[in-house]
Design a protein around this ligand. Sequence first.
Ligand code: NAD
Length: 360
Amino acid sequence: MHIGLPKEIKVKENRVALTPGGVGTLVRRGHRVTVEQGAGVGSGIQDSEYVQAGATLGSAQDAWAADMVVKVKEPIASEYGFLRDGLLLFTYLHLAADRALTDALLKSGTTAVAYETVQEQDGSLPLLSPMSEVAGRLSVQAGAYHLQKPVGGRGVLLGGVPGVQAGHVVIVGGGVVGTNAAKMAMGLGAKVTVLDVSHRRLTYLDDVFFGKLTTMMSSEANIRALLPEADLLIGAVLIPGAKAPHLVTRDMLPLMQEGSVIVDVAVDQGGCVETIHATTHDDPTYIVDGVIHYGVANMPGAVPRTSTFALTNQTLPYALQLADRGLDAIRSSRALSLGLNTHQGKLTYRGVAEAFGMDH
Ligand code: NAD
């Protein structure tokens, strides 16, 4: 199959959908790969690395002319002209939030497989979890930085030093983001408490961290009790398909100490802190009641190189199936069939159809 790798053109998107290693794997399997010039630059990957891996360099038109186009972000309006009948598109789409793109995909007849809806038998979302891993780990780095006095924080070093107590990191939600945040916070030497409503998750965390962190059932009372001693609060809750519940409400903020930090990773689902709103890497924080709020909605964008490799590690096996077997791969794989969002002018994903009151 001919596979195209265009450069991402959405503002501030520096990731790329295939690494040279991924291109090499596809080429060795007998596929032809066209990489748009400069596609990997934002992730520190040079054109020459793709050429060495067996790709041909070309323009955006050349990459989009392929049978299958592999991307990171959804096509933006200036890319709609590349959509066409017979094209297989494999990328993040988030169609329920994007009517214009949904219409463009349907009108063009594109077959679109969305990363975010590819789902394995056990219910896991393998193409979302790498970005949660990145955001979870980054949340502690961001929080530790904003706790420093010169940037407005309490002036607390999370790890403490001998003779001085460590900072306390309270993590609400012990899933992928929460577990990765806990790992980083413990690595820094902080005191860590994780709250979740799932006893199974708390048991798991207690087991893997040998009881070196504190686990607590997530309840309003427990959150209220922890806020006065939290130096860094990390929001990491997810209720699939729903807005995040507001677990830290505005009236609770005065319980926190001045200069303490909230990093609400769940901001992309509305946030689990009532006073959070989405911010950007250029202007990541603001203060409410003396508490620093960090609400960057695309945290992995800060570390595109790591994010590119993390994402492509997970997407490549599915991209290989699609390249080797085309539509047959979708027919025979439950995970890929759940990823299918549009095909020959039809909406094929229930959640998106319901969002727009359309048939599927
Ligand atoms: P996950 O499903 O792995 O974990 C969510 C956890 O929240 C689960 O363990 C669940 O039991 C728990 N939970 C549900 N209700 C709770 C409650 N009331 N109190 C405490 N815990 C509760 O999800 P994840 O992959 O860790 O993602 C978490 C959030 O981070 C999602 O909203 C996701 O979209 C977001 N995210 C944001 C970024 C970013 O850049 N800001 C990047 C990646 C992921």
